[in-house]
Design a protein around this ligand. Structure first.
Ligand code: ADP
Ligand code: MG
Length: 578
């Protein structure tokens, strides 16, 4: 049928002949991909040019891991796979980190990587950037495919797309060998490869008896509650959840990235009553949230009597850590539609004291929190609470700004301080609690949505991705990066126990001027030491819709070891002088 040439090819005789690269770009367009994040080099540089020419926006990065974080965030925010392009060997490995992180977090993304000629790799003879990438990726990602012939590219792209998006979403690896990228086909033969795939993200409705069981359990609850996870944010079910919560008066608390699916300050928000719900609720709905470490151990303990209704797309998730009384396996939109229909006309059995008790607790706890912010409002040098007290009203006045957040104390304290009003407006280090997603996720969020982004970063967290601030500048994105500089990992007061002059393992640069890093790339920058200047700088920065960097000087002793998860590393506490 086609004439395939797997040796490095001469330029095709346009328009009669096309290369694998051309077919790959067209195949991506065929499934609706319009953006690609990556970092080029051998053997994918020409491919990126072709993709750009064919109308795929190419966002070039300084480090593949950040390009991958951008692709993953793009996938999460758009409910379509984000695409990462990497070169062979090290570029592939750097990018793979984010593809694996996407898999853990259930974000749909596809990493496309060029790879070297297969034969010397299989014989372990040593070749340029020779690595058996497909087999390295395979155990770590949701699915992996390798494509060796240009005729197979459209099928490979459709398979990668479906694997990334269907069921529980995740990261998919698509290996495209260098001979495949360079292979030449007759254009007329290539044309025949393309088609319109039907229903790339099919609905997966639940079984009616599962829905019935769940509705009966909820209606019998005396003290019901809903936990809203990032699976619900991803599934875009805020309207359905609002109806459920308001019609049946079910209090809710969000997981970190579930914040804003329903407003944090809503009447039935039990955001501040997490422990009470874990101890006292008798029926809890899990809506796109896993009962993993973030809902146990140092994060609270469920009563042994709590019964769970779990809405999840992944059947294997059910009973993972606790027996689930009423599993509802299906996509959340279909499942909640069926559930709301089944609930229609049912009477709830809620204890009349349950909601008022949660509302009273919320009031008391919120007053305490406000008092803490007020107590720290004029601390000099500023601490995390001083800075967040200044940021809070500015972010409240700009609810449609997407918040990206990472660090230790910077993560925990920001999450506790800033209320979210809209779904999918908080992106953070999520399930693995990793560092090093800040610039990538900010770029992915800004590119995918066109909205303004504010990234609140610990100084250590910023270090992992800081060079890609230059990407924000090159693409002129409306992103403001706020760096909380307390001079270290956790804080800047670690002590070198040897008595030597080297810094302690946790110590960074409390006097570093991160704003000058922004100057190098033409951003608008600020260095602030007072809450008033911080509030003014952030207000201006958001309004400018331009790349901005605010270096916030904190005290070196602000922040504690590991923030809220110090219990995972208790022995380290003795290394800090306080
Ligand atoms: P959180 O960290 O916010 O608790 P998790 O990432 O632990 O959230 O859980 C998200 C859950 O949502 C996963 O178990 C995943 O299978 C599920 N999920 C993802 N997309 C959908 C969907 N469209 N419908 C139903 N469940 C989904
Ligand atoms: Mg720090």
């Amino acid at each position: 049928m086609s004439t395939t040439n797997t040796t490095p090819a001469a330029a095709p005789q346009y328009p009669e002949q096309v290369t694998g690269m051309d077919i790959l770009a067209r195949a991506l367009r065929m499934v609706g991909i319009d953006t690609m994040y990556g970092l080029v080099g051998i053997p994918v540089t020409e491919f990126a040019y072709i993709a750009q020419e064919r109308g795929i926006r190419f966002v070039g990065f300084r480090h593949e891991q950040q390009a991958g974080m951008a692709a993953a965030t793009h996938g999460y925010l758009t409910h379509t796979p984000g695409v990462l392009l990497t070169v062979s060997s090290l570029g592939f490995m750097n990018g793979l980190t984010s593809t694996v992180n996407a898999t853990v977090n259930c974000y749909p993304m596809i990493q496309i990587s060029g790879s070297s000629v297969r034969e010397p790799i299989d014989l372990d003879q040593g070749t340029y950037e020779g690595l058996d990438q497909y087999n390295v990726a395979k155990p770590l990602v949701k699915a992996a495919y390798r494509v060796n012939k240009p005729e197979d590219i459209p099928t490979a792209v459709v398979r990668a797309y479906r694997a990334a998006i269907s069921g529980r979403p995740g990261g998919v690896y698509l290996d495209v060998t260098e001979p495949c990228l360079g292979a030449i086909m007759q254009g007329a033969d290539a044309d025949k490869l393309f088609y319109t795939p039907v229903d790339l993200c099919p609905a997966m409705p639940p079984a009616p008896e599962a829905v019935k069981r769940a509705a009966e359990l909820l209606a019998s609850a005396k003290r019901p509650a809903i936990v809203i996870g990032k699976g619900a944010a991803y599934a875009r079910v805020e309207d359905r959840l609002k109806k459920l919560v308001e019609t049946y008066k079910v209090p809710y608390f969000p997981m970190s990235m579930g914040k804003g699916v329903l407003p944090d300050t809503g009447e039935l928000s039990a955001l501040s009553c997490r422990s009470t719900i874990m101890e006292q609720a008798d029926v809890v709905i899990l809506a796109g949230a896993r009962l993993n470490w973030l809902l146990s151990r140092g994060h609270g303990k469920w009563s042994p009597d709590t019964k769970f209704i779990q809405f999840d797309i992944e059947a294997e998730e059910i009973d993972c850590n606790r027996p689930i009384a009423a599993p509802v396996v299906g996509d959340l939109a279909s499942s909640l539609d069926a559930f709301l229909t089944e609930m229609d006309g049912k009477k709830m059995s809620t204890d009349p004291a349950w909601i008022p008790a949660l509302q009273a607790e919320t009031k008391t706890k919120n007053a305490k929190f406000e008092a803490r912010l007020a107590d720290n409002a004029s601390a000099q040098p500023m601490n995390h609470w001083t800075a967040l007290g200044a940021i809070k009203p500015v972010m409240a006045a700009n609810p449609d700004v997407i918040l990206v957040n990472e660090g230790a104390n910077t993560l925990d304290d920001t999450r506790d301080t800033l209320d979210m009003a809209l779904p999918r407006h908080r992106i953070d280090c999520a399930t693995w609690a990793i560092m090093g997603m800040g610039m990538g996720s900010s770029i992915g969020a800004a590119v995918a949505t066109g909205k303004s982004v504010v990234a609140i970063e610990g100084d250590s967290a910023f270090g992992f991705s800081g060079m890609d601030f230059s990407t924000i500048c090159r693409f002129k994105l409306p992103v403001t990066v706020v760096i909380f500089n307390n001079g270290g990992i956790y804080n800047g007061i670690g002590v070198n126990a040897s008595g030597g002059t080297d810094p302690a393992p946790t110590t960074l640069d409390v006097h570093a001027r991160y704003d000058k890093l922004g100057d190098a790339f033409g951003a608008t920058t600020y260095y602030v030491t007072t809450p008033a200047d911080l509030a003014k700088a952030l207000t201006e920065a958001i309004a400018s819709k331009k790349p901005c960097l605010i270096d916030v000087q904190l005290a070196a002793d602000s922040g504690k070891e590991s923030g809220h998860i110090g219990y995972l590393n208790p022995a380290a506490l003795e290394h800090f002088t306080v």
